[in-house]
Design a protein around this ligand. Structure first.
Ligand code: NI
Length: 135
């Protein structure tokens, strides 16, 4: 029996969406308020899901204590209260859109989760806007 188990997490972070190789006009047209040169913040909500067989000994797909700790050490400690553009290496040359942040989160978690299990990341940038990446 395969089951999907999920854990919610949260972090606050600042970002700016822009391309230095574009004109101010084009950046404003494409990115709007998100191009504010002084950055702006979001309260990101994260749902990390692991899908796989239930272990017959433990009854777990993944031990939630382990998943909680993986999210804390690899995601929250790295992204929470950070300026994503300036403080997170992956975004030095990549726009920290919700799409790209979800991919970065997935890439950080994937090596820590058994390859027999599927990993899915859902990232809410606002309560109405969210993205999903599953590799
Ligand atoms: Ni934004």
């Amino acid at each position: 029996m395969k089951v999907k188990v999920s854990r919610k997490a949260h972090f606050n972070a600042a970002h700016r969406l822009y391309r230095p190789d574009w004109s101010d006009d084009k950046n404003n047209t494409v990115f709007g308020k998100c191009n504010n040169p002084n950055f702006h913040g979001h309260n990101y909500e994260l749902i990390v899901s692991v899908y796989g067989e239930i272990d017959q000994e433990t009854g777990f797909v993944i031990d939630m204590k382990i998943l909680k700790e993986l999210i804390k050490s690899n995601i929250e400690d790295v992204l929470d209260h950070k300026n994503l553009n300036l403080e997170v290496a992956e975004f030095k040359n990549m726009n920290p859109t919700a799409e790209n942040i979800a991919v970065v989160i997935w890439n950080k978690l994937r090596p820590h989760i058994d390859l027999s299990k599927d990993l899915e990341v859902v990232l809410y940038e606002t309560s109405r806007n969210f993205v999903t990446y599953s590799g």
